[in-house]
Design a protein. Structure first.
Lengths: 533, 115
């Protein structure tokens, strides 16, 4: 019984339920939003520390032995992702207090936020492939509702694209799960990893790998399946945008990392090439799309796509160092991208628009905001000594070691293009003077997202921004201990035997030998009555 | 039985994708509905079809006798049906709201967010 593995899932579910109980009480919901997310952060820290010392922590739900019940497992990758979820959750909890209009709060903004976090945490921790599907759906349903809070035309149009493509991805995922069960007869990911190596139909395994790649590729917004993202991420309230940008697509990337290291590690072959070039094209199209935009949040949305390319590149290169770099990129991106969206929310509050052409003069008026933007934007572009530099450095080094020079060169060029977009925002929003026709006196427009007046409480918006900018700086300065953790993740993912052993409780090689002779689970049969497939 | 099911599933997938490629958002949602049904049937079929043998353990024994139906895919399908139901309920409300705002049952008129 290891409660720390279950807590990051249970706590947000609990806060969501408590929040629902106080449906009519706005102050109470706001209190639960902050308190619940503080609890989540503490729980995720606990899990992180525990995993750091032990490597793997597992918990079998309902005490059913491993391949039969649902397993919750935290390895270092899960623990880091959960920690990031905790940090972002708390930042969003505080930021939402200042930006969410009463209209949104009344329609269940906070319960949905908790539910979304529960879905994200569940997806990171589960060790069962069908359970992963269920957590994806929990997360999706919450995100659907958050996306259309407010019900404006752009939101509806964005939501239709978002909902359709994500549901399509879910069905592909579900189909793949069904076929996988038909092929190997188990849903436990560690068990699948063992059995798929001795599966009879090689062709089927490849089909399954492609189906998982497409399903998670859509959810991660990889080329050529990313169109739903720039069509929808700039439409909801800004706190929702930031939460989506920070966490949602990364769940898709996490699923790719998990499935393509644990389950399909041996059968990569040409799939690896597809993934590699998919990653490259994701980087390039994302950054080119951003270059053409002049809306703050749309530029950032296209950059999410571009950054996803770096993460998948780390996976596609498939060396321990490259995987470490990919995870570093995920972690850094969660912090930085969320922060950039939060800053766009503050500039919107100050100047009443997201259109770069209509903004200006903020360097003079809010120098500290400019500093926070500077740190985040240049970190995204990979300027040393900020967090993005090390993420990119590790991936590029892994690329050179793997002798993938063309790909590495493109990755570096995309970094320059990112810098171009960030400089564009810097020039338009912070550097140039405010255009004459849009001369709104600062802080006279304290409207929420729905236009209703709320108290101008800018410090609640500045606090998360400042802390996240500081994180980005600290990740860069203290890169060595973080790289230690990342290398640990790289080794764990590259050699999944430890994961399998942690879940099934027997060493992987012994289990494999048993599988080949067909004697596995004889004792289990006499206990549970499950057929040996 | 299996070939017949495979045929039915194939037809369902094809119809669903055809519906999703139409311009009308109502047909789009019908496509999604058919798609999730097709996936559920597929899970049910790939796990193998056993006729009239519920996975019940006779009294005084530790495991069922003979070939029994696999209960796991049925539990999976049940979960998937419930999820699909919830999500589709949302999708139906969404297209209604979208229709109220856009005043057209036409995806080609929903390009505001693409420019």
């Amino acid at each position: 019984m290891r409660p720390e593995v279950a807590l990051p899932v249970l706590l947000p579910l609990l806060s969501g339920a408590v929040s629902l109980l106080f449906w009519r009480s706005r102050p109470m919901q706001r209190f639960v939003a902050v308190a619940g997310n503080i609890a989540l952060l503490v729980a995720s820290l606990w899990l992180f520390v525990a995993t750091l010392s032990e490597g793997y922590i597992t918990m079998q739900m309902g005490s059913w032995p491993a391949p039969f019940g649902i397993t919750l497992i935290a390895d270092m990758l899960s623990a880091v992702m959960i920690l990031m979820t905790g940090i972002i959750g708390l930042a969003m909890g505080i930021y939402s207090l200042a930006t969410t209009g009463r209209g949104h709060e009344k329609f269940g903004y906070y319960p949905l936020m908790h539910l979304l976090l529960a879905g994200v945490a569940g997806a990171f921790l589960t060790g069962d492939i069908f359970n992963l599907y269920v957590w994806f759906e929990v997360m999706l349903v919450a995100s659907f509702a958050l996306l259309i809070l407010g019900g404006e035309r752009a939101q509806m149009e964005g939501a239709i694209k978002y909902v359709t493509l994500n549901l399509l991805a879910s069905v592909i995922f579900l189909t793949a799960v069904g076929l996988l069960y038909g092929t190997v007869g188990t849903l436990n990911m560690a068990d699948i990893a063992l059995r798929i190596e001795v599966a009879e139909h090689d062709g089927m395994v490849e089909v399954l790998a492609v189906m998982f790649m497409v399903a998670f590729g859509i959810k991660a917004a990889a080329f050529p399946l990313f169109f739903w993202l720039p069509a929808s991420y700039h439409t909801p309230p800004v706190a929702v945008s930031a939460l989506f940008a920070g966490l949602l697509t990364k769940v898709g990337v996490y699923a790719l990392f998990r499935v393509f290291t644990l389950i399909f590690d041996q059968s990569m072959g040409y799939l690896q090439d597809i993934m590699l070039w998919g990653a490259v094209l994701t980087m390039v199209t994302g950054v080119l799309g951003a270059a053409a935009q002049y809306e703050f949040r749309r530029i950032l949305s296209f950059h999410i796509v571009s950054q996803i390319g770096y993460m998948i590149l780390g996976l596609a290169l498939y060396t321990p160092l490259a995987i470490a770099g990919g995870v570093f990129a995920i972690m850094h991106n969660i912090v930085v991208k969320t922060n950039l969206f939060l800053i766009s929310g503050i500039t919107h509050r100050l100047q009443g628009t997201y259109q770069l052409k209509k903004m200006g003069g903020l360097y003079k008026e809010r120098p500290w905001l400019a500093v926070a933007f500077f740190i985040s934007a240049f970190s995204l572009a990979g300027v040393p000594p900020l967090s993005g530099f090390f993420a990119k450095f590790v991936i590029v080094r892994a690329g050179i070691e793997a002798e993938a020079y063309v790909v590495t060169g493109i990755a570096l060029a995309v970094g320059l293009m990112t810098l171009y977009s960030m400089v564009k925002i810097w020039n338009e929003v912070f550097w140039k003077a405010l255009p004459e026709e849009n001369h709104v006196p600062v802080s006279s427009t304290p409207g929420g997202d729905d236009g209703r007046l709320i108290k101008p409480s800018l410090w609640m918006m500045y606090l998360p921004v400042a802390v996240l900018a500081l994180f980005s700086l600290l990740i860069g300065i203290f890169a060595e201990p973080i790289m230690f953790v990342m290398n640990m993740i790289g080794d764990q993912l590259f050699e999944p035997d430890g994961y399998i052993e942690a879940v099934l409780g027997v060493s992987a090689s012994a289990e494999e030998a048993l599988l080949e002779t067909g004697e596995l689970h004889v004792e289990a049969d006499t206990i549970g009555g499950e057929e040996t497939p | 039985m299996e070939p017949l099911m495979a045929l039915a599933i194939g037809i369902l997938y094809a119809t669903a994708i055809f519906m999703m490629l139409r311009r009308s958002i109502v047909k789009l949602v019908i496509g999604l509905l058919l798609l999730s049904n097709a996936a559920n049937l597929l899970i049910f079929t790939t796990a193998g079809m056993t006729r009239g043998a519920p996975p019940l353990i006779p009294e005084g024994m530790l495991q069922p006798v003979g070939d029994v139906a696999d209960p796991l895919p049925q539990a999976v399908v049940l979960t998937a049906i419930v999820i699909a139901f919830g999500v589709l309920a949302f999708a139906v409300v969404l297209i209604r709201r979208a229709y109220e705002v856009v005043k057209a049952d036409d995806l080609d008129k929903m390009k505001d967010t693409d420019t």
